[in-house]
Design a binder for this molecule. Structure first.
Ligand SMILES: C[S@@+](CC[C@H](N)C(=O)[O-])C[C@H]1O[C@@H](n2cnc3c(N)ncnc32)[C@H](O)[C@@H]1O
Length: 313
């Protein structure tokens, strides 16, 4: 797959995702997170001539890459937008309902590997982290403007970092001396506030937290799940691959809620909630990559796939 997408990103859980996603071979599908286009390529191989795929990415690099990759593919429509705007895009393209939607969350290898994007503490670059450059707030802005308390909250809530207060204090102290504008400078400051034994994991957690805050990823995911579910036909499929527990928890909660026939308290003698199950969960627990995939693509290690089918409006 690396060859087909020009080394942009190796798709994770490729066959499993497409297997869950496709019901009607001539249906309308949404790839909400195109990235290198690997999942979409496989999807297009799997479906028929009458099928249609809408591929979203909020990142201009991913859209430019997809324009090349899918230039001869009339079944593919590219949408340079956050997939949270799914409903508007479907209206614009005259699509009332869809047969399936895939969300392969987070960032692509391309985004991580290009130092100018500022996603990684492994390369020195501008402290940016915006997936969508049309947004005005970068990671450097957050680091420069937010209070010590807010920084600590971001690190604790989105990075589950135990030393969030200590790290926030070090940042506020350092920014009084000079602005923090590069990934390298931020990594150095974090290093002063953590023990060498935990440094890499701490850096990963703080960078993850900032990325989530910059791109408002959890709010976007919650809203996208609602819009995606609303857009699905009965029998349509929702497939989500997440890479950290905060995302996976949201997806699990969403699917369990939609699949529950009743939300009355367990001690209630009779059901009064009036709820119906609107989803059938297809991936009874969650699906993970096997050892051979993880060996080929270490990024697959943290992936969790959940899939559901809409059974009721
Ligand atoms: C993990 S990669 C997807 C990889 C892709 N499945 C493949 O096979 O190459 C995630 C991509 O989705 C994009 N993305 C993440 N969240 C998004 C959102 N809410 N709306 C649109 N694009 C998003 C990122 O810019 C990135 O390019």
């Amino acid at each position: 797959m690396q060859d087909e997408t020009g080394g942009y990103h190796i798709p994770v859980l490729l066959e499993t995702a497409i297997e869950y996603l496709v019901g009607d071979a001539d249906g309308v599908y949404v790839d909400g997170t195109l990235g290198g286009g690997g999942h979409s390529l496989r999807l297009l191989e799997r479906v028929g001539d009458q099928a249609r795929v809408l591929g979203f990415d909020q990142d201009a690099d991913a859209i430019a890459h997809a324009q090349q990759l899918f230039q001869d593919e009339r079944r593919m429509t590219l949408v340079h937008s956050n997939v949270v705007h799914l409903s508007d895009a479907l209206t614009q393209h005259d699509i009332p309902m869809i047969d399936g939607i895939l969300l392969d969350l987070g960032v692509s290898s391309h985004q991580i590997d290009v130092p100018e994007r500022g996603f990684s503490f492994r390369h020195d670059g501008p402290l940016d982290m915006r997936m969508d450059h049309r947004h005005s707030v970068s990671a450097a802005d957050i680091i420069a403007r937010e209070s010590e308390e807010e920084l600590a909250r971001i690190f604790f809530t989105y990075g589950e970092e135990r030393h969030s207060r200590r790290i926030a204090r070090a940042i506020v102290h350092a920014r009084e001396e000079q602005p923090i504008t590069t990934t390298g400078a931020l990594a150095d400051i974090i290093a002063t506030a953590t023990s060498p034994a935990h440094r890499k994991k701490t850096l990963a957690r703080i960078f993850q937290a900032l990325r989530i805050a910059v791109n408002d990823e959890l709010r976007v995911l919650e809203e996208t799940l609602d819009h995606a579910f609303a857009a699905l036909k009965i029998g349509g499929r929702l497939v989500v691959i997440s890479y950290h527990s905060l995302e996976d928890r949201l997806v699990k909660r969403f699917m369990r809620y939609e699949a529950a026939p009743c939300i009355c308290p367990p001690q209630a003698p009779v059901c009064t909630c009036g709820k119906t199950a609107r989803m059938k969960i297809l991936s009874s627990k969650h699906r993970e990559a096997d050892e051979s995939e993880i060996r080929r693509n270490p990024r697959a290690r943290s992936a969790r796939l959940r899939a559901g089918e809409k059974i009721h409006a």
